[in-house]
Design a binder for this molecule. Sequence first.
Ligand code: 5RP
Length: 260
Amino acid sequence: MTGELSPIDKAKFSAAKRAADMVEDGMRVGLGTGSTAAWLVRHLGDRVRDEGLRIQGVPTSSRTSQLARQVGIDVITLDEAGTLSITIDGADEFDRNLNLIKGGGGALLQEKIVAAASEEVVIIADAAKEVGTLGAFPLPIEVIPFGWTTTQMLVEELLVSADVMGRRITLRMNAGKPFVTDEGNYILDLHLSRIGNARQLAMALNQMPGVVENGLFIDLCDKVIIGYSDGRVETRDINQGTVEEGQIDLIENDNLFSDI
Ligand code: 5RP
C-alpha cells in the first residue's frame, strides 16, 4: 500500500505513524484535521483493532469525527473529556520556535480550542511545511457571517500598520458559495507573504469585532514530527531542546491500509 503512495503521502504517513506510536492506553487524544491528521487517525484505528489500544478521541472537525468512528476509535466531545493527554494535528507552516499557521482545512477554531485543552501538542508534517518566517501560506481567520465585509474592511485597516508584506484578503469559497466552517462561520484568507511579528498580529486580530479566531498558533506546540518519503522521522522537542531521529519501516507497514 505505501508503495502506491506519492512521496509526500509517504512523508505524512511516516510522521503520523511515529506520532501514533506515542499514544498510550487510557489517553484522551485530540485528533487533528487534514490529510496528515487523517493518516494519524487511521494509524490509531489500526492500533485499536490490532493491539486493543483503549483511547478516547476528541475530533477537531466533523470530517475527522466521521473517520475516527469509521476506524473504530471511541469518540467523545471536548466537554466530556475536559482536558486531553495529547493532541496530534497537522499544520500549514511551522517555524523554528514551533509557532504555526493552521486552518488550511478550515478547522482552526476547534483545533485551537482542543490544542489549548491539551497537556501536550504534537504537530506532524512533511519537511515542506518548515519556514524561516511564517506567512507565505495565506493566514486563515474565522469570521462571523453577519457583517463579514465590514470585518474584512476592519482587518484591512489593521494590516496597514502591521509588520506584513502583503495585504490582500479573500473570502474562502466552496463550489461557488462561501465556505462554511463546522461552527457556521466564514473564513477570510489573509495573503501576507511574510509576518514580521506573529504574536502581535495574532493578538490584534482577535481584538476585532467579528473575528472569532485566527490561524496563528503561538506557544501552543510542544513537538513537531517531520516525516520524509523514505520513512525517516525527526522529532523536535521545543521544551527539551532535543532532536531525535527515527525510521518508519514502510515495507512492514505495507499492508496496513489495504482496505482504504
Ligand atoms: C486544518 C489544518 C491542517 O492541519 C492543515 O491545513 C494541514 O493540512 P494537511 O495535513 O492536509 O497538509 O490546519 O484546519
